[in-house]
Ligand binder design. Structure first.
Ligand SMILES: [Zn+2]
Length: 288
């Protein structure tokens, strides 16, 4: 009797590492892939210009395992509908975590063709429907939907400087916002996750919310940072896809909690510089 191969679970993160840019990943026969991996195989990095190396008709895994049929995945219309759904879903996750109470925070995704989907002004992120999401141009003109978030200039500022970014999240996670209100940046290498996942999170000067001051305050940090704290206000994160931007927001809040505890217990003791270098090397290898 032939030996049965043990099933191996492959996360979306591992799958992306297996696939060099523009090339098809070789998926082992015994692989079980995560829902996020299926999405990535089907849509690429959000179907927003960063194309998946495997299209739906090429991928044996997507063909057999994806709940989305090939005709559904064709065309930008579907990609936009899917992204609207994901923005609403991300809003619910942020709301459940207490990062965007009331109508706080905003989420956006850049589409190919230079337009941006963004949450509307004054809406609770906990009860957002895909159809509620507005669409604007890169110069901020409303294309469809309701009045966009008043922080749209902050989002556009990130997209202008970072062609690699297709998703931006602004939220008010309470511990990170507390540190930002105390003038404390997350710039001490206290845990390996902080160094690998975020690097230094700088603190931008205070700026009046909903004005171009906010975009101006982060402009000098955007090129080299995926997460920025806003003094007396909140946090901005970005990523090559919405899930990455969301996870970075979670990591910022986790790092803020750890920093708060360490500071209460007499001050955080940073990882030694030579060990930080090793972690930074891992970060570079992972392309983070
Ligand atoms: Zn805000």
């Amino acid at each position: 009797m032939p030996e049965k191969k043990k099933k191996v679970f492959i996360s979306d993160w591992e799958l992306k590492r297996m696939a060099p840019p523009g090339q098809k990943p070789v998926i082992p026969e015994n692989a079980i892939i995560s829902p996020l991996s299926r999405d990535w195989l089907e849509y690429g990095d959000q179907g927003t210009g960063h194309q998946s190396p495997v299209t739906s008709h090429q991928s044996p895994v997507a063909r057999h395992q994806s709940p989305v049929t090939s005709h559904q995945s064709e065309g930008r219309g579907h990609a936009e509908a899917e992204l609207r759904r994901r923005i609403a879903e991300t809003g619910r996750k942020l709301y459940a975590l207490g990062f965007v109470p009331a109508a706080d925070g905003n989420i956006s995704v850049r589409l190919c063709g230079g337009t941006v989907l963004i949450t509307p002004s004054g809406a609770s992120k906990g009860a957002l429907a895909p159809a509620d999401v507005s669409k604007i141009s890169m110069s901020g003109e409303l294309i469809s939907g309701r009045k966009p978030s008043s922080e749209y200039l902050l989002h556009l500022c990130v997209y202008e400087q970072r062609p690699d970014v297709t998703a931006v999240i602004h939220a008010h996670p309470p511990v990170a916002t507390g540190l930002a209100s105390a003038g404390i940046a997350l710039d001490k290498p206290l845990t390996s996750e902080m160094v690998i996942g975020l690097g230094i999170v700088p603190l931008a000067d205070y700026a009046t919310p909903g004005t171009e001051e906010v975009a101006d305050s982060i402009a000098g940090f955007v090129k080299n940072h995926n997460a920025i704290m806003l003094a007396n206000h909140g946090v901005v994160t970005c990523g090559a896809d919405l899930e990455t931007a969301f996870q970075r927001m979670e990591t910022v809040e986790q790092a803020a909690k750890i920093t708060l505890v360490a500071e209460h217990l007499g001050g955080g003791r940073p990882i030694p510089p030579e060990k930080v270098k090793k972690l930074e090397e891992i970060r570079r290898r992972l392309g983070l």
